[in-house]
Design a protein around this ligand. Structure first.
Ligand code: GDP
Ligand code: IMO
Ligand code: MG
Length: 433
């Protein structure tokens, strides 16, 4: 097996992928984002700086080589802003952008909003960043790629054709809609000029550097349950935010992926619509939301919170072939007593054997819980001190909870996280990477 490692969120996103991609990048050469776009928000805290990335891979704080691969959809304006932010922090930028990633245009964002309205109760509550419409155009084979963006003579006719198609579609719903296509062309031509130095054939490059022995961290955006093929359709996103998305999203053959690590929050959160069996609507959820700072990085929306759902995590372990898990945000459950853990679903008086992917079935299921004693509130300094001392110094009740997760999932735990900072991490498996 190769030495590479993939970091996958096992729920509905925001599990703490960014923190652990950064952590694992300490021993890697390259970090690759392979799905999604600026619907993602990945947070890293290190050396007193808080980084929030939507597109740039989470290897940037450590100045690792960062690759945005072909499976991503790119809003060039957002990417250029992120590059600028890193420059302001005096960070060395070592970025490569795939020539075959798809480009998000302003009309994709307009369509995202319109389609959400039309879908009514079936809307996912998207980030309205144009993600779905851009992936739709990719599948329809009239989308524009980064290669088109950096070649104005190719961009112009393709953009005019796409604009014409989109204009006619948007005007069905909003007859007054229009944008000045010449100004979009000029704006995007300029983005293309600025991004051109970063653009390469990343599939070819990645295969070459992997063969030369470089170590890669594959960074998923979103979470397993938001996946287009194996998630809560239609209440998810438009890419494969799982380990299955890595090969198509990068051009790396399956056998080169290496280990796959699943990130699991100590409770569950979800932004947007769709059924959430363990969701809480009381003072407990408010307390967890405050303690875990559960407000969306991209849209600022309050995240919905609930108990950990090991039944849907087991499903994620199967779909992704998870080798080991990482448990995050354990500190955010402080002073919550008791803590509940969903281990199974009941439907019509029977315990289900497999997680029901269809939302109409999930809506009828009743979660089955185990109950645990919580742990006390500690200061941030105290959590840091515990992280430095190691696993044995964790509160005893937290250790019981962690052991129960391991036993229920029958999966080993590689690391645990008791704070947002890189240092607030306890490594249980030194050979993880
Ligand atoms: P991602 O989308 O999976 O990368 O996760 P986000 O960055 O959107 O959300 C996770 C949030 O939790 C961020 O604000 C992180 O800084 C924070 N975080 C990560 N791990 C921990 C932890 O163990 N404890 C606390 N309190 N915060 C954490
Ligand atoms: P990270 O990478 C949480 C959700 C949206 C919506 C659905 C579809 O930070 O974990 P989209 O804009 O993709 O068409 O929205 O998916 N969603 C996320 N939720 N974290 C994310 O990314 C998300 N990216 C998309 O809220 O329900
Ligand atoms: Mg996030």
């Amino acid at each position: 097996m190769s030495d590479n490692i993939a970091v996958i969120g096992l729920s509905w996103g925001d599990e703490g992928k960014g923190k652990f991609v950064d952590y694992l990048a300490q021993k890697a050469d390259i970090v690759v984002r392979y799905n999604g776009g600026n619907n993602a928000g990945h947070t890293i805290e290190a050396n007193g700086i808080k980084y929030k990335f939507k597109l740039i891979p989470s290897g940037a704080p450590l100045e690792k080589e960062c690759i945005i691969a072909n499976g991503c959809v790119v809003d060039p304006k957002v990417l250029l802003e992120e590059i600028d932010n890193l420059k302001k922090l005096d960070k060395k930028i070592n970025l490569k952008l795939s020539s075959t990633a798809h480009v998000i245009f302003p009309f994709h964002r307009v369509l995202d909003g319109l389609e959400e309205e039309l879908k009514g109760k079936y809307s996912a509550g998207t980030t309205k960043r144009g993600i779905g419409p851009t992936y739709s155009d990719k599948a329809a084979r009239w989308g524009l790629r980064i290669f088109d963006l950096i070649n104005p003579e190719i961009l112009k006719p393709k953009l005019e054709k796409l604009y014409h198609i989109k204009k006619n579609l948007i005007r069905v719903y909003d007859p007054t809609w229009d944008v000045d296509i010449d100004s979009i062309f000029e704006e995007y031509k300029s983005y293309g000029e600025q991004l051109k130095p970063y653009v390469i054939d990343t599939a070819y490059y990645l295969n070459k550097v992997l063969d030369s022995g470089k170590k890669v961290v594959f960074e998923a955006a979103q979470g397993n349950l938001l996946g287009i093929d194996h998630g809560c359709y239609p209440y998810g996103t438009s890419s494969n935010p799982n380990a299955l998305g890595i090969t198509a999203g990068t051009g790396i053959p399956p056998k080169k992926i290496g280990k796959v690590i699943g990130i699991v929050k100590a409770y569950t959160s979800r932004v947007g619509n769709g059924f959430f069996p363990t969701e809480l609507f009381n003072n407990t959820s408010e307390k967890i939301r405050e303690q875990g700072n559960e407000y969306g990085t991209v849209t600022g929306r309050s995240r919905r919170v609930g108990w950990i759902d090991l039944f849907n995590i087991k499903y994620g372990i199967m779909i992704n072939g998870i080798d080991k898990i990482v448990i995050t945000l354990l500190d955010a459950l402080q002073e919550i007593n008791p803590i509940k853990m969903c281990t199974a679903y009941e439907l019509d008086g029977k315990i289900l054997e497999s997680w029901p992917i269809q939302h109409e079935i999930i809506e009828k299921c009743k979660p089955i819980y185990r109950t645990f004693e919580g742990w006390e509130e500690l200061t941030r300094d105290k959590w840091l001190e515990i992280a430095l001392k190691g696993y044995d110094s964790l509160p005893d009740t937290m250790k019981v909870y962690i052991q129960a997760i391991k036993d229920e999932l029958q999966t080993d735990i590689a690391m645990i996280s008791i704070g947002p900072d890189r240092t607030e991490t306890i490594v249980l498996d030194e050979n993880i990477f």
